[in-house]
Design a protein around this ligand. Structure first.
Ligand SMILES: NC(=O)c1ccc[n+]([C@@H]2O[C@H](COP(=O)([O-])OP(=O)(O)OC[C@H]3O[C@@H](n4cnc5c(N)ncnc54)[C@H](O)[C@@H]3O)[C@@H](O)[C@H]2O)c1
Length: 346
């Protein structure tokens, strides 16, 4: 089996906790290069994971011809440029979420993937947990009937990221919506069968992140004075098939930290990812248990599927068009915040 050689762009938290260790678990896959604008960060990752080529400029990494796959693990505002350059350099790309910070960037990424016939997979790992994959198979079998509503919830009571550029718009492009809202939105829409969004309305707010009196027990102090992104966002999306989606996400709110995503179908409803189907059976209301399988977590499976797609010439495990639709919805919520109006996505 041919060895697949991998390069890593951005060597911070997610690169060292998810991407590199999971590549290193796979037979005949080798991470041979790492780039980070901070030399020390790149060198530390190289030492920790025994990676031979170390750069401070990702353009140098892309000059290594034998690299076939690249992980882009930089802050959100720096996803599009290296992803596009990597695909132009003939590499397949696993790029962290959100796809980009603007629809134009995300569209350009999807277009280049198509033009150069490269796999572009966005790091929407919630799809790949064993329970999620099983639930997807149940929904796709038609068991829940027609899916007409989804609720995408990612609420933290206090969980403001205190590292990296998450709380600065110039680095992240957005706040909680781009950080954790993106997972919930993508997860629920994917389970709903990826209907096409036609309009969105919503609002993104800053209620906690710019206040010195707010505590953040798990992650500690963040840069309050330069906090310029949302810490709460809500929205409503209409799809071409008539289905609707509600969005609720926060890094901080005065409610217990809750998930709470669910999907409603004409024959059954489920929490995401729950172990019960709520339905009507034989003239009675029934709470039918489903046995969720166990297995590797979503992050490991996303990396394995990326490699599998490269090896076997499969389409991207996360269709770039679906990630682009999620980007359109999130940017529509930001646009709607400014205008107070619904945004046409048709
Ligand atoms: N899928 C998930 O569950 C998940 C979890 C956490 C983070 N993320 C995503 O991963 C990305 C990185 O997050 P993180 O927590 O690892 O942040 P981080 O700050 O720990 O790491 C980012 C690294 O990128 C480097 N960098 C910045 N600009 C660069 C450039 N132009 N070229 C090369 N390196 C550059 C920084 O120096 C830093 O070391 C973000 O987009 C975030 O949304 C995803």
């Amino acid at each position: 089996m041919k060895e697949i050689k991998v390069g890593i762009i951005g060597a911070g938290g997610i690169a060292c906790s998810v991407h590199i260790p999971n590549y290193q678990k796979i037979e005949n896959v080798r991470v041979i290069a790492v780039a980070d604008i901070k030399a020390e960060v790149a060198e530390n990752a190289a030492e920790q994971f025994n990676i031979s080529n170390v750069f401070t400029d990702w353009e140098d990494l892309l000059k290594i011809d034998e690299i076939e796959a690249v992980s882009v693990c930089t802050p959100n505002a720096f996803h599009a440029e290296p992803s596009i350059a990597a695909m132009k350099a003939n590499c397949h790309v696993l790029c962290e979420k959100p796809m980009a910070v603007s629809v134009a960037e995300a569209q350009a990424m999807a277009d280049i993937a198509k033009e150069h016939q490269r796999i572009l997979q966005i790091g929407l790992a919630s799809r790949f947990s064993p329970g999620s994959l099983y639930l997807k198979s149940i929904i796709d079998s038609g068991r829940l009937g027609q899916i007409y509503y989804g609720r995408a919830v990612a609420m933290r009571r206090r969980g403001i990221p205190s590292w990296g550029g998450f709380t600065r718009k110039d680095m992240s492009g957005g706040g909680t919506l781009f950080d954790i809202g993106v997972h919930a939105i993508d997860h629920v829409i994917w389970l709903m069968g990826a209907p096409k969004p036609i309009s969105a309305f919503g609002s993104a707010m800053t209620k906690f992140g710019d206040r010195h009196d707010v505590i953040n027990p798990d992650w500690g102090a963040w840069d309050v004075d330069n906090f310029d992104v949302d810490d709460f966002a809500t929205g409503s999306v209409r799809f071409e098939n008539g289905a609707m989606l509600t969005i609720e996400t926060s890094w901080a709110s005065n409610i217990e930290g809750i998930g709470g995503s669910y999907i409603l179908g004409t024959n059954g409803g489920v929490h995401v990812v729950g172990d019960t189907i709520f339905e009507q059976r034989n003239g009675k209301l029934a709470n039918t248990p489903i046995e969720l399988p166990s297995g590797p977590g979503g992050h490991e499976t996303e990396v394995r599927r990326f490699i599998d797609a490269i090896r076997n010439g499969l389409p991207s495990p996360v269709d770039p068009e679906e990630a682009l639709n999620v980007q359109k919805i999130m940017n529509a919520v930001y646009q709607s915040t400014e205008t107070g109006r619904s945004v046409d996505l048709s």
